[in-house]
Structures are given as structure tokens and as C-alpha cells.
Design a protein. Structure first.
Length: 162
């Protein structure tokens, strides 16, 4: 984790992103890099970057490369758990060379506000007894995040540079 944008405007999204505080000191990492191997053995590399995006590119892009193809997910926000109307997933088939948009099936929850849709689907899966993240998974994630913060804080100690 690192801070690359030392100043940040604090905005109020409920009032059209009105700037509440201009150029506040940014004390929260705006660069987060995660790398590792998932349970299936597939390598992952994720880079969350804050600050202004490169012109003409979405705020979040995620590529998942496989032996037969590649998925490309893009969105105006990195917070996919909340959802955005403009989130798009494309599939590249290496054999045919074709790219097609992956359309998600519509369901009864599509009529809810976008941020509520994911929560509704999670509650529905829980009601049906389908797999949902449990307490043990939450503990694993919190331990991982705590270790990331520990390392970040250690690098930010007096005399250290980011």
C-alpha cells in the first residue's frame, strides 16, 4: 500500500459530489497491490489505484487470464460489491479471436437501487442455504488486511519513505 496523492477533496455524494473540504491531507493509501495464488492454483495480481484516472479509461479494470480465454471487467468504481450501472464484462475467446459482452441474467432484485441488489442476492443465497462467506472467511480477510496495514504503518514510521 502507498499514498501517491497527498491531497484529496472530500466530497458529499448525496449533494452532487459537492466539495466539502478542498485539498485535505490524504492519510489513506490510494495505491493497493495484491498478488498471490488462489485455492485453485491460479495466480492473481490486483492493483487498486486512487486519484484521477488516465483519460478515457474506466476507474477499475480487471483482467482474468485463462488458458482458453480472458475476461475483462470494467467499471466506473472499484467497489464492485456496491455495483454500478456501467459495469461491463467481456470475454475474449483465444481460439476464435472473438470478444463478446457477458450479459448477466436479470432477476427480481434488478428493480432495487443498484447498491441494494448485491445485498439482496446475498441474503437470498443465505436463505436458500447456498454458499455465502462465513465468519471464518471474514476472519481470514481481516487478518490479511491487518497484516497489510501493519506493513504500511511500518513503512510510514518516522525516517521511512513510502
Amino acid at each position: 500500500m502507498a499514498i501517491r496523492n497527498e491531497k484529496k477533496d472530500i466530497i458529499d455524494p448525496s449533494h452532487g459530489n459537492k466539495i466539502v473540504v478542498k485539498d485535505a491531507e490524504n492519510t489513506v493509501p490510494d495505491q493497493i497491490l495484491l498478488q498471490g495464488v488462489v485455492d485453485s492454483g491460479a495466480p492473481i495480481s490486483i492493483h487498486y489505484r486512487g486519484g484521477p484516472t488516465f483519460p478515457g479509461t474506466p476507474n477499475m479494470q480487471w483482467w482474468i487470464q485463462g488458458s482458453k480465454g480472458e475476461l475483462h471487467l470494467k467499471s466506473s468504481s472499484w467497489s464492485l460489491n456496491v455495483g454500478r450501472e456501467d459495469t461491463k464484462v467481456e470475454l475474449f475467446d483465444k481460439e476464435t479471436g472473438m470478444v463478446e459482452e457477458v450479459k448477466v441474467e436479470r432477476d427480481e432484485w434488478d428493480e432495487l437501487p443498484v447498491p441494494a441488489q448485491n445485498i439482496a442476492r446475498l441474503y437470498e443465497a443465505f436463505r436458500k442455504g447456498e454458499w455465502v462467506p462465513g465468519f471464518e472467511r471474514a476472519v481470514e480477510r481481516h487478518e490479511m488486511l491487518e497484516e497489510m496495514w501493519r506493513r504500511f504503518d511500518k513503512r510510514q514510521a518516522p525516517g521511512k519513505t513510502a
